[in-house]
Design a protein around this ligand. Sequence first.
Ligand code: NAG
Length: 284
Amino acid sequence: MKFLIAIALLACTVSGHSDWEDIEPRNIDSLVRIPPRGKAIEGRITNGEPAAEKQFPYQVGLMLYLDAGRAWCGGTLISNRWILTAAHCTDGINGVDVYLGATNRTDKTEAGQQIIHVGKKYVFVHEQWDASQLVNDISVIKLPVEIEFNEYVQPASLPKLGDSSLYTGEKTIASGWGRDSDAAKGASEILRWVEVPIMANNVCNRYYMGSVKDTNICISTKGKKSTCNGDSGGPLVLNDGSNTVIGATSFGIVFGCEVEFPGVFTRVTSYLGWIKEKTGISNE
Ligand SMILES: *[C@@H]1O[C@H](CO)[C@@H](O)[C@H](O)[C@H]1NC(C)=O
């Protein structure tokens, strides 16, 4: 029984070749491999607040270069060399510009902002990423050089190796440059964030009819506070001052981000071994 549920991956396409004016989220079917049963998978922050500079120094923006054009996603800096993001963002890309320390991503003169180009050989997509089932939606990107940390650029912490906390009910912060409303045509210029509670997986699965696996973690989007298109791959961190990254934005429902369907993330604790194997980074 394959229920046709319209899941939306939360990446955001960027069309055309001119600079920024033409950024618009649209179906990314042609840009990432979308599950046949689903539609565009998208990620974004709705009904959140604009971030202050230096507020989320672990937040990374990704301008992805694909055969079909460009797309936008988020990511999390986890060391001076590595970024954690989603497989559906980076699968099949030709290269990526990594934005570090940015708030207004269109302002190239912004204090603290750095853009580093990374070739595809430095992009590592989970070997078992399955776009039809949306499982193992995780990848890591290696920066070509070690970067220097400063007040604009700092890594998030990984959960302790072996941690299997479910985090149900805990307060978390999701952030990104995704669309800031269902009416918004393009990704946001300004980084935005929301505080959202973790929803238990079994509750989340009532909405997604079994598509949510143990390797996912969900947020409640009550009050229409949600991730949206363009937030994909970006951070979900515990709001306890520890900047511990527990999720990477994966998917939502295709009908919109303001329909109070839970937001679904890749559950970082499920992949701590994989992250360690690929990057050497772990919290022990
Ligand atoms: C972001 O930067 C661009 C380019 O400098 C500027 O035109 C735009 O007004 C800025 N956006 C906001 C919301 O400050």
